[in-house]
Design a protein around this ligand. Structure first.
Ligand SMILES: *Cc1c(COP(=O)(O)O)cnc(C)c1O
Length: 409
């Protein structure tokens, strides 16, 4: 006779009574995977609060793994609250969709991350939100463009591809004086080169929101896409959080764990890649084919003084910068020669993104990227380099060989 009261194996494997002992402690946080989260009873379900992280309600609204990553990114950024998004661009879009409405205007620097501009030109325009582009190197231009409809100003230091370093302190101060929300794309500074919520070091001035593509340095592997939105204001955070929830944005537990695993080495990687990038930028600047090096930590680069003022005190006066820079090849060469140079590199791979172990190269066409004049840039062909973790001597040899191959004669 079979026992009809004992559950069948299928059920017993699901509703199993074993609980591992509490108190497991190890270097790496656990990967908590869930869509469903259990409530002990209906009363707990009705009263449980997820907005302040006192409990769990649904996997999309957070697990111990994602809460832990959010708290560590808040610490990195010097903020108080962080939201995670499935990519840096998703974090950018969330900020725009949360803080802007029909009739509003958003301002972007002319050297903004390209897809942020594209979002403003397409979706935001469709929703009746206008945008204008300001000169990142002219605070007066930003001041003149902040109008009655301006609700949001994007800031980027250094700017994408052309790497100009703006007077971020003056820009943030201006936004504060004019009562306009400032949002910094802090992927370059990464929380290590300067403190976005404390630009003067005395707690008196910061941006309102910092967005960070965790895809880059925090991941460090070139294998995770993730973004973060950090604030220091609870009401602003809640507004962003509700939009984030209604858009259904979440991150995978394994991806969150991958970033948590890489965070302990992030400062070491950031500074090592900085050192290597500066050495290679200097070396490239001495080559006859190169007319300009765009690296804010190098004297003479656009915005170097602003970088010096904000980031120069880090690391005992060495300063801190991301391991990314661009060079302008002389206009007397053809684009085809520059393309041959990029293709001839062996250690530098052709690909987007940065902050990973592999050095990357990418030629850009500035003409399609900028609206305003760029007197700070020499004419020529621009190529961006992102420095990985290879030995810098091998990277320099790779560059030298490719230069000789592409620009011979
Ligand atoms: C890469 C990047 C982003 C977008 O991050 P994704 O995760 O690739 O979407 C945004 N801003 C800057 C400055 C970036 O470099």
């Amino acid at each position: 006779m079979t026992d009809t009261t004992a559950p069948q194996p299928a059920t017993r494997l699901i509703h199993h009574p074993y609980q591992p002992p509490a108190g497991f402690d190890a270097p790496q946080p656990a990967v908590h995977k869930a869509s469903t989260v259990y409530f002990p009873n209906v009363a707990a379900m009705r009263t449980r609060e997820w907005k302040d992280k006192t409990g769990y309600t649904y996997g999309l609204h957070g697990t111990p793994t994602t809460y832990m990553l959010e708290e560590r990114i808040s610490t990195l950024e010097g903020g108080l609250q962080t939201l995670l998004a499935p990519s840096g661009l998703a974090a950018i879009a969330t900020v725009a969709l949360s803080l802007l409405r029909q009739g509003d205007e958003v301002l972007l620097p002319d050297n903004a991350y390209g897809p942020n501009k594209a979002l403003a030109e397409a979706e935001l325009a469709h929703y009746g939100i206008t945008h204008r582009v300001y000169d990142p190197m002219d605070v007066q231009d930003l001041a003149a463009k902040i109008g009655p409809a301006t609700r949001l100003v994007w800031l980027e230091a250094a700017g994408s591809v052309t790497m100009e370093f703006p007077d971020l302190i003056a820009q943030a101060r201006l936004c504060r004086e004019r009562g306009v929300a400032s949002v910094l794309d802090n992927t370059w500074g990464a929380g290590l080169a300067f403190a976005p919520f404390d630009l003067l070091g005395d707690g008196s001035l910061g941006v309102d929101v910092s967005v960070h593509a965790l895809t880059k340095y925090p991941s460090g592997g070139g294998d995770v896409l993730m973004g973060a939105i950090t604030t220091r204001d609870q009401a602003l955070h809640l507004r962003l959080k509700l939009t984030h929830m209604r858009l259904g944005l979440g991150v995978g537990a394994n991806d969150a764990e991958a970033v948590l695993r890489a965070l302990p080495s992030m400062a070491l990687r950031y500074h090592a890649q900085d050192d290597a990038a500066r050495a290679l930028a200097r070396w490239l600047g001495a080559q006859p084919q190169v007319v300009q090096v765009l690296h804010p930590a190098l004297a003479g680069a656009p915005g170097h003084d602003h970088w010096q003022a904000l980031c120069g005190g880090a690391r005992g006066g060495q300063g801190a910068a991301a391991g990314i820079f661009s060079v302008m090849f002389d206009a007397r060469y053809s684009q085809q020669q520059v393309d041959v140079f990029c293709d001839a590199l062996r250690l530098f791979r052709l690909g987007y993104s940065w902050g990973g172990p592999v050095s990357l190269v990418m030629p850009y066409e500035l003409g399609s990227m900028r609206e305003g004049a760029t007197p700070q840039l020499q004419p020529g062909h621009i190529v961006r380099f992102c420095i990985g973790l290879e030995d810098v001597r091998d990277l320099q040899a790779d560059l030298a060989r490719a230069l000789a191959q592409a620009f011979a004669g």
